[in-house]
Design a protein around this ligand. Structure first.
Ligand SMILES: Nc1ncnc2c1ncn2[C@@H]1O[C@H](COP(=O)(O)OP(=O)(O)OP(=O)(O)O)[C@@H](O)[C@H]1O
Ligand SMILES: [Mg+2]
Length: 487
């Protein structure tokens, strides 16, 4: 029953509202009834004292036998004429009732019949009051006062009004208050419902979007709405969905590319094998050439598969235990030394320009060496004879780290290819292997980029056709969240 956000909010609002309304109602009710009682008491008291003053003389004379009882009756009736609801009784000082406007057989004063009169006899100012049931079963509000002059007691006057009359206006106020309270509770309930809807509807939207997404509609996004937190959640969902969609698309593209790339050498091998079967083996020279070509295609396939395996290994962040502090300047020196022979063969000058005081970088040494190897190999490969390749390493501040630049005087890269240069399998000139180094897979720069990224670094390429190409790498001294030292 209380499972949805909306019902929970409505019921919690109602519960809080009900409790506070009941408390307010109880306290206000008490105050209202007390005020009504006080007011009635004051009014009745004033009336009783005024009447008792007027009765002093007639009662004095009556008791002396100078006037008849009707004289007293006229005076009482005259003073209380404006109060038709009033029940009044006049007693002699000994408690004998002599006048009563309602009760034809009024009782003598006793603790039961007129306790307020006993109170008035005992009281300093000569007044007593009670709220009690009379002998007819009606709840009454009684006030009794002494009729006296200085120390002479002539009698007692008691006035009574039905409690119903006293509390009627209070009851009216309580009914009005009750209706008002009901309206408040209803209002709070509606507010809870609106709030619940305001919260629940963006959650519903998000749930539906997540459902559709898990059902395969990767383009689904939600429209952020509702409170700030829901807004953020929707935005986070959207960016997560975008990332996933992008990744899924990249994965699909990768599978398509990989299949295509693998198919090309496989087709080449298959064709050569068919040719050999069909009789090419007769010609020793031809069969020798075909076998060499098959071997080279197999090498290419092996390279490609190894590169792909390495790439997924790098991206999965494996080999965490191999992280150490790496001297990038020393690596650059090493790489330049290794490639000197290849550079000399092509008459390319390969000059390292190193600062010996670069800070060490926390990283995977073999992977970082591979970055150098790939970039220097590319520079040497794509730079024509007589060119120049420069490898420079220096430290940078903010963020603290090392910058490596590999610059060549090669043909440069056309602007339209720059955004794709780090894509897997991307080679300028497409897949036509005859134009390229037969071992080339187009995975070199993708591997470089992945390695730099797992080291929390950046790589950019600057190139102008005809002006050469520069790859610039920034490596932080220690990327946050990189594997910890095993020592
Ligand atoms: N220094 C450079 N100057 C000009 N073009 C370059 C340079 N480096 C890379 N390229 C271009 O970018 C493409 C992608 O390079 P990448 O290293 O990824 O692949 P690759 O060298 O063709 O193959 P491999 O996987 O063997 O490295 C290359 O085919 C080449 O066309
Ligand atoms: Mg390469």
């Amino acid at each position: 029953m209380f499972r949805t956000l909306n019902t929970r909010l409505v019921f919690s609002h109602l519960a809080v509202a009900l409790v506070s309304v009941i408390l307010v109602y109880a306290f206000a009710g008490r105050a209202i009834f007390q005020a009504a009682e006080q007011q009635a008491e004051n009014r009745l008291e004033d009336l009783a004292f005024a009447t008792s003053n007027a009765l002093e003389e007639p009662m004095d004379y009556f008791m002396k036998g100078d006037v008849s009882l009707s004289n007293v009756q006229v005076t009482v009736a005259h003073w209380l004429a404006d109060e038709p609801e009033l029940h009044y009784t006049v007693y002699l000082p000994d408690g004998t009732p002599i006048i009563d406007n309602i009760d034809v057989e009024p009782a003598r004063v006793t603790e039961d019949s007129a306790p307020e009169v006993l109170l008035a006899l005992d009281d300093n100012i000569g007044e007593g009051h009670t709220i009690r049931y009379n002998k007819f079963g009606d709840e009454m509000f009684y006030v009794a006062v002494r009729i006296e002059h200085e120390n002479d007691l002539f009698g007692l006057l008691r006035l009574g009004v039905p409690a119903q009359n006293v509390f009627a206006p209070a009851k009216g106020s309580m009914s009005a208050l009750f209706i008002f309270m009901i309206l408040i509770v209803a209002g709070v309930g509606i507010a809870g419902w609106l709030l619940g809807r305001n919260l629940a509807s963006p959650i519903d939207h998000l749930t539906r979007a997540a459902h559709q997404f898990s059902g395969g509609d990767f383009s689904i996004r939600t429209h952020p709405s509702g409170p700030q937190e829901m807004h953020q959640l929707s935005e986070t969902f959207n960016s997560m969905a975008s990332r996933l969609e992008q990744n899924i698309n990249q994965l699909r593209a990768f599978v398509a590319n990989a299949s295509h790339e693998l198919r090309t050498p496989l087709t080449a091998i298959k064709l050569r094998v068919e040719a050999l079967r069909a009789g090419a083996t007769q010609d020793a020279q031809v069969s020798e050439r075909f076998l060499a070509e098959i071997e080279s295609e197999i090498d290419r396939l092996t390279n490609m598969v190894n590169d792909l395996l390495d790439l997924s290994r790098i991206e999965a962040g494996m080999d965490a235990e191999l992280y150490t502090w790496v001297d990038v300047a020393a690596l650059a020196q090493e790489t330049s030394d290794i490639f000197t022979v290849r550079a000399q063969k092509k008459c390319i000058s390969l000059e390292p320009e190193l600062t010996t005081t670069v800070p060490p970088v926390w990283g995977h040494e073999d992977q970082l060496r591979r970055v150098m190897d790939n970039l220097v190999a590319n520079a040497l490969e794509y730079t024509p004879e007589g060119g120049q390749v420069k490898v420079s390493v220096h430290s940078v501040e903010n963020p603290k780290g090392v910058q490596v630049a590999i610059q060549d005087t090669g043909p440069g890269i056309d602007e339209k290819y720059l955004p794709h240069i780090f894509d897997r399998f991307f080679r300028i000139g497409g897949t036509d292997t005859r134009k390229q180094n037969s071992r080339s897979t187009g995975l070199g720069l993708a591997i470089v980029k992945s390695i730099i990224e797992v080291h929390r670094g950046q790589i950019i390429v600057q190139s102008q056709p005809g002006e050469g190409t520069t790859f610039v790498i920034n490596l932080p001294t220690r990327g946050e969240d990189l594997p910890k030292s095993q020592k």
